[in-house]
Write a protein that binds this ligand. Structure first.
Ligand code: BDR
Ligand code: CA
Length: 311
């Protein structure tokens, strides 16, 4: 199984991404989950990560709390999307499993140093603060990362927190800039692809119909999360962002993209946090990411539904 660390700010869609990974132990070995401040403050994201592990029948999973704010800016959160707790929708019990004592950044550093070189993939589902802080603190680990698969950015679709920026990149643009400059293989799931993964009513109903507690909680989360997007996007279901990352690990054939140069805007008043993607290769700047442009949405929801039924 492929070894991964999930860096996350749950968030209903983060929850779906984590559940998809935990439901797939044959293909994916989750070494730990590192929480970061993003959709909601850190105290809630680490709590939510533990709730999701328990819901998935994995109270043994190691969950670490990381950075409580971006590297050089105040935190921006997204309760308007995810609700006050970040996991609004279902009734959820407070978690009983313990939070690990180690800081998430130290766990990232220690794991990358201890595991054989280039055998650990980082799945980044939130602002890149923990990852960039680990790289800054321990530059020796950068070359040891196998790959980063991340949700963030957007280009043709524009932004979802400002007209030009996607939330994860906007919250900590300096962290994103450092990660894209690190020279590690990156697979990027921008809004351009996640906006193809719509939580249509029949898709959510299928997950609900599994009838088991984890799947039903997921369905309730998706229904809450979608209420915002239906008004906004005018479709009968809003986009599901983060599980594109773990679905890519399970079935890369569901996705197509191209190698591009991606630069992060950190200086502009209007386009702060924009991912400038050289999709048409109009510069000779170095290609630093595989940018995904298309997804097989039906195949993606089949995979998600089939795996959630295992929990
Ligand atoms: C991203 O921002 C968060 O609100 C979601 O969890 C996702 O990671 C989408 O822009
Ligand atoms: Ca997220």
């Amino acid at each position: 199984a492929r070894k991964i660390i999930i860096d996350t700010d749950p968030g209903q869609d983060d929850a779906a991404a984590i559940m998809l990974a935990l439901a797939s132990p044959e293909e994916i070995d989750v070494l730990g989950i590192t929480a970061v401040a993003g959709n909601v403050p850190l105290a809630l994201t680490e709590r939510n990560a533990r709730i999701i592990c328990e819901l998935s029948g994995r109270p043994d999973m190691k969950v670490f709390a990381g950075c409580d704010r971006p590297m050089h800016r105040p935190l921006v959160t997204a309760e308007h999307v995810h609700g006050k707790t970040g996991l609004d929708g279902p009734e959820l019990d407070e978690p009983t499993m313990a939070l690990q004592e180690m800081h998430a950044v130290d766990f990232l550093i220690e794991t990358l140093r201890n595991e054989p070189e280039k055998t650990v993939t980082l799945c980044a589902l939130g602002p890149l603060t923990n990852v960039a802080t680990a790289f800054e603190k321990a530059p020796d680990i950068v070359g040891r990362v196998q790959e980063i698969v991340m949700m963030g950015g957007g280009y043709f679709e524009g932004g979802n927190i400002t007209p030009s920026a996607e939330f994860n990149i906007y919250v900590d643009p300096e962290a994103a800039k450092a990660v894209f400059a690190a020279g590690i293989p990156i697979v990027m799931m921008p809004l351009d692809v996640t906006h193809q993964l719509l939580c249509l009513k029949e898709r959510v109903d299928r997950i609900d119909a599994i009838g088991r507690p984890a799947a039903q909680a997921m369905a309730a989360m998706l229904r809450f999360y979608e209420r915002f997007d239906v008004e906004k996007y005018g479709s009968d279901g809003g986009p599901l962002h983060d599980p594109s990352v773990t679905a890519y690990l399970l079935k890369p054939e569901l996705f197509t993209g191209r190698e591009c140069n991606v630069e992060i805007e950190t200086g502009s008043e209007f386009t702060l946090g924009e991912t400038v993607i050289d999709w048409w290769h109009v510069t000779d700047r170095k290609k630093n990411a595989l940018v995904i442009g298309k997804a097989d949405a039906a195949g993606f929801f089949d995979l998600l539904t089939e795996r959630l039924a295992r929990l």
